[in-house]
Design a protein around this ligand. Structure first.
Ligand SMILES: [Ca+2]
Length: 97
């Protein structure tokens, strides 16, 4: 059995006593819905310091961290898979447990 784990973003509309959110939006990368696998851990950060927030996703299997570069704008991000994060020339892999 294969599970599909689409990644959603829920934009914050306003922050008051209770935060107000817009409808969830499925995140796409390279023009298709982003399937990050089960138990993934997304994190938004400007990884390459170009002024645009990118998407990092730690994945349960194979335990790597995917870097999706934002090639859009800050108001309309467009993500493309760039690479797995590396250390000393090798993909960083962190197994569970
Ligand atoms: Ca960036």
């Amino acid at each position: 059995m294969r599970y599909i784990a689409l990644l959603f973003i829920v934009p914050l509309l306003a922050l008051a006593d209770l935060p107000l959110f817009r409808e969830p939006v499925i995140i796409e990368a390279d023009g298709v819905n982003l399937d990050v696998g089960v138990m993934s851990d997304p994190f938004m950060v400007d990884w390459d310091v170009d002024g645009l927030v990118d998407l990092l996703v730690g994945q349960y299997s194979p335990g790597k961290v995917s870097f999706y570069k934002n090639i859009g704008t800050s108001g309309n991000p467009v993500f493309t898979f760039s690479n797995y994060l590396q250390a000393d020339g090798s993909d960083i892999a962190v197994s569970y447990g």
